[in-house]
Design a protein around this ligand. Structure first.
Ligand SMILES: [Zn+2]
Length: 272
């Protein structure tokens, strides 16, 4: 059989071979599956380098490859995602970059400098996402439940990924109207939306100011487990929004998951 030619096709193929055992053991797949090539992955190991989270490095003598990761990365979920991202580079991109890849968090968040590089990084992320979190299985886990921090924690644990990665994946298949907003010092860094949110033209672009009444604008408040239900006029002019704080750190970086209610068209009618 010919190799799959696209990152998501690769991920679906390997996820099928691996079967429904979670979290997916990326290290084993990388070491075992790559033996069918003349330039396999010889090692997956931590490297004491601060400048990147993960790397795919050619080994000069043997012509084989190494996947390296930064062990200082806080959560094991992030490491697992990083390993899968580098495996994606190996399978899909190694022919294009004989010098390998060094990937920082900015690359993985789609903030890399130039467009061709950004596309390659997005492909490696898509590969990681589909390999670690097959949509069919994720859909079954969610069932008819409303997304909550408990459910997000369950998914992150099941797939061995960060809550953020689990939330982004959920946004890709949910019929709900929802969005993820990453912000720092009161301003949006980037956002991710469900299909329904795109249809409703809800967006949070880089540089937008956070609503002052939002939880994200007050990182010290980002501890409430159930989330906060905001009235219309905070995150959206005509919808209630449930805001769940899925991440906050000392650097004032916040990640909020927003669930939008139906729009109430009566709001604001009397003012206009
Ligand atoms: Zn990368």
């Amino acid at each position: 059989m010919a190799d799959p030619d696209r990152p998501i096709a690769w991920a679906n193929f390997l996820a099928g071979v691996w079967g429904r055992r979670f979290p997916v053991d990326v290290r084993t797949i990388a070491l075992e599956y790559s033996t069918r090539y003349p330039d396999p992955i010889k090692t997956v190991r931590p490297a004491d380098i601060e400048s990147f989270e993960g790397a795919l490095c050619p080994l000069p003598k043997s012509g084989k490859w190494a996947i390296l990761y930064n062990p200082a990365i806080a959560s094991p979920g992030r490491i697992n995602f990083t390993l899968a991202h580098e495996l994606g580079h190996y399978l899909c991109h190694r022919g294009r970059s004989p010098g390998g890849f060094e990937c920082g968090e900015a690359d993985m968040l789609g903030l890399a400098g130039n467009e061709p590089l950004r596309l390659i990084e997005q492909e490696a992320d898509a590969f990681a996402s589909y390999l670690l979190m097959p949509i069919d299985d994720y859909r079954e886990q969610v069932g008819r439940n409303v997304m909550s921090l408990d459910l997000l924690n369950h998914s992150a644990d099941r797939y061995g990924v960060s809550r953020t990665a689990a939330a982004i994946k959920w946004l890709d298949f949910t019929p709900e109207c929802a969005a993820l907003v990453v912000a720092t010092n009161g301003f949006v860094l980037w956002g991710w939306r469900s299909r329904n949110a795109k249809r409703r033209r809800i967006f949070y672009d880089k540089g937008m100011a956070l609503p002052p009444a939002s939880v994200a604008a007050q990182p010290a408040r980002m501890l409430g487990e159930a989330g906060v239900l905001h009235p219309p006029g905070v995150w959206h002019p005509r919808s209630e929004v449930r805001e769940m704080a899925i991440f906050a750190d000392n650097y004032e970086m916040t990640i909020s998951l927003l669930l939008f209610g139906d729009e109430d068209w009566r709001v604001g009618l009397e003012e206009s």
